[in-house]
Design a protein around this ligand. Sequence first.
Ligand code: ZN
Length: 508
Amino acid sequence: MNLLTDHWIPVRPLNGGTPQAITLEQLLCSHDQWLLSLPRDDMELAAMQLLICLVQICWIPDDEQALHSYITKPLTTDAFRQGIAKWRDSFCLDHPEQAFMQVKGVDAKEPTGMDKLLAGLTGATNCTFINEPGQGQALCGGCTAIALFNQANNAPSFGGGFKSGMRGGSPVTTLIQAVDARFTDLRTTIWLNVLTQSSLEQLMSNDLQLSQAPTWQQPIVANSAIAAANIGLVRGLFWQPDHIELCDPIGEGQCSGCGLRANKRYTGFFKAKFNFTVNGTWPHPHSPRLFQVKKGETLEKFLAFTTSAPSWTQLSRVLVKLQPEKGDAQQPAAVVAQCAKVFRHAKTQLIVGGYRNNQASILERRHDVMAINQGWQNYPEAIEAVVQIGLQYKTALRKALYTFVEGIKTSELKGAGVAVHEVAERQYFRQSELLIPDLLATLNFVEPVPQLDALRRQLQQLCTALFDEVTTPYQHHPKLVRALAVARRSLHKHLSELKQPQGGQDAA
Ligand SMILES: [Zn+2]
């Protein structure tokens, strides 16, 4: 199966209709509008990334104007053929010698089932609760390619001795999408996330090293140390850190992933440990990066979901560039940064996805589509203000309740000893997941102050209500009356400090 020419992209029509598998040419050379059609949002995000990477290397837009024209007009058949000509045999899942994202002759005693390739399907204690059974039984070529790509790029490694991808085991991926439902089709979304020649050059220090082949054509040398700066665009986008080889496929039948009928279906693969080191960080265009200065050295890493806090808490890291003079710095994903520059008047929203893991186990799948009102591109400080306000109120609530839980040793004040601050924090985050994304979708970035003040009032009420809710059971407990009064005073003190007396400070 050739990803550039065969029917493998699992889609359904934007305006409703039957799911089917189409070719890249059908997707890019027509005005027909499609959406991805897979049973899991993380697999859809992976399919989207895989397509963006394919388009990115076949048709690099010369400039912003070329990019705009790719978005509005489908490719001509000629342009399509020219674009794929160079990569013709490079993306075959079943190539006899150089198969897509695999190596030949993997030394493994037993095959591994395909469910291991579908991130989060096995290993985690809660995995059976969030996944339909049987998903990995027999996958069509399309679902197999998507799963291989996802495992190599987005998911934690298989465990001890296996490597995770270029961006670490659980990177946050951020992509751009149109707000207007008429333009959320797959073709438009792909092009919104393709970087122009100059965006690419800026990202990769002017050298795309396009002649460098992907890992399945030019394998990573065992035990080698590779400088990230020497990894080319194609090799980096399709980096495969593991030794994987698909077992021979079985015949025709229904794919347990997309549900479509397929001629060949894959039921297992061989995997083997393999060692090498990458020094430095490859500037992957789909993830925000964080920089930390420690002992004079700058440490760089990709943003990851490390707690169960909702995605909005990470939003300033995802959207706002922070200069290093304050110590820590952050850089939005190149596709988001390009959007802020090239589509500054377009209504766009953000797709944020990733996994939260504990080593090889996936604890949680995260996938949010966040609408940010038009104008964020020009007023990043307002985003920062929303996130800060949201976090400050959470902290005020948590601190006050912590006093109630622990008491105050120096004044011999006994605490409740039950972790109600944790309960309240979870509730706060749950409720904020409705409030804050709603605000961001409607925020007037030119005049944000009235809405920010309204947010403060809402969060103040939320904090007071949650405080009452979690402490009510202890209200009449004689030994806790004092602790409760002290905690309540502390809450009021923190909350009144957070009221913004002179509006207008946030956006400054
Ligand atoms: Zn399938």
